[in-house]
Design a binder for this molecule. Structure first.
Ligand code: ATP
Ligand code: MG
Length: 274
C-alpha cells in the first residue's frame, strides 16, 4: 500500500516552510523516517538563519519596507501623521460602514462607541479637513500603523496588519495620473514588478488595485467622492492604502502572510519553535 504524510506531518512541514510535492512511501516506517529527516534538515536551516540574524543584527522585513517607503515619501514632500489606533463609531459610520456593511462584522469593538481602526482613512480624512482649510495645495500626507480586521483564516490575511496610506490634495492634477505616480513613489524602493487594475470596493465604490504576482497589495482611490461630504473634505484628492505585510509576503515569496506578520512563532519568516 502506498502512503502519504499524515495531516499533522504535512502541517508541521508547512510550518517549517517545506512546501511542494512530497514523496509517497511503501510503509509507515519509511514515511516517518523521511519525515524526521526533513524536519531535522529544516530545523538546521532555520537555526542557521536565526544564528546569522542574531549575530549580524537585522531589521524585520516589514519594518525595513516601512522605513524605505516612508523615507521616499518624506523625500518627495509628504508629511507624516500619527493618529489614534482606537477610533470612534462615528468615524466608521462616516466611511459608509454601518451595521449592514460587510466590513462591520470584521471590526474589533472595544465598547459600544469605540473600536480598533480597520483602516487609516477615517483619521486621515479628519487631518485633511483641517489642512485644506489652512494651507495652500498641494497637500501631501501619509500615515503608517496597525489596522485590525476580523478575518476568517487564510494565507493572505492577518487580523492585525500594517497599513500605509498616502494621500495628496492637488486639484490641478489628473488624478488617475497622480495615482500612478503615488504608487510609483511607494514601490520605487523595491525591486519588484507590479501592475494596476480597476476593482470594485465595498467602501470606495471603485478602486485601482496594485498587484504583485497577481495579488492585491494596495488599493487606490480618488475624490471627489461620495464619502467626502460626510467627512467635511471639499477638495479632490488621490490616496493609496497599502498593506506592508502583504507587500513583503510577495517580495519575499512567502506562501503564508503569517510568517512575516506580528508573531510569537516566526521571527521575520523564520520559525522559532523548531
Ligand atoms: P482583500 O480584498 O485582500 O481582503 P481589501 O480590498 O479588503 O483586501 P483594502 O481595504 O483595500 O483591503 O486595504 C488596503 C490594503 O491593505 C490591501 O490591499 C492589503 O494589502 C492590506 N490588507 C487589507 N486587509 C488585510 C488583512 N486582513 N491582512 C493583511 N493585509 C490586509
Ligand atoms: Mg482593496
Amino acid at each position: 500500500m502506498v502512503m502519504d504524510f499524515t495531516v499533522s506531518q504535512l502541517q508541521r512541514l508547512k510550518e517549517l516552510g517545506v512546501d511542494g510535492c512530497y514523496d509517497r512511501f511503501d510503509s509507515a516506517e519509511d514515511r516517518n523516517t523521511s519525515f524526521e529527516e526533513m524536519v531535522r534538515q529544516a530545523a538546521r536551516t532555520h537555526r542557521k538563519s536565526l544564528r546569522d540574524r542574531c549575530r549580524q543584527g537585522q531589521r524585520h522585513s516589514v519594518k525595513d519596507a516601512e522605513i524605505k517607503m516612508v523615507d521616499n515619501l518624506v523625500h518627495h514632500g509628504f508629511v507624516e501623521c500619527l493618529t489614534p489606533i482606537i477610533i470612534k463609531k462615528e468615524g466608521v459610520y462616516r466611511m459608509g460602514i454601518t451595521e449592514e456593511h460587510p466590513l462591520w462584522k470584521q471590526i474589533f469593538w472595544l465598547n459600544a462607541n469605540e473600536c480598533l481602526r480597520p483602516m487609516l482613512a477615517p483619521n486621515l480624512y479628519c487631518i485633511m479637513r483641517y489642512l485644506e482649510k489652512q494651507i495652500a495645495t498641494p497637500i501631501r500626507l501619509f500615515e503608517v500603523g496597525p489596522c485590525f480586521r476580523k478575518e476568517s483564516q487564510g494565507c493572505m490575511h492577518l487580523e492585525e496588519f500594517t497599513m500605509i496610506n498616502a494621500v495628496e490634495i492637488d486639484p490641478g492634477c489628473d488624478r488617475q495620473e497622480r495615482i500612478s505616480e503615488l504608487v510609483r513613489l511607494m514601490m520605487e524602493p523595491f525591486d519588484v514588478e507590479y501592475s494596476l487594475t480597476t476593482e470594485s470596493s465595498d467602501v470606495y465604490g471603485e478602486t485601482i488595485d496594485v498587484l504583485v504576482n497577481g495579488t492585491e497589495v494596495a488599493s487606490a482611490s480618488y475624490g471627489p467622492h461620495k464619502l467626502d461630504r460626510d467627512n467635511g473634505v471639499v477638495m479632490p484628492w488621490t490616496g493609496v492604502g497599502m498593506g506592508l505585510e502583504r507587500l513583503v509576503q510577495q517580495i519575499n515569496g512567502e506562501s503564508n502572510i503569517k510568517r512575516v506578520g506580528r508573531s510569537l512563532v516566526y521571527l521575520d519568516g523564520v520559525r522559532l519553535d523548531i
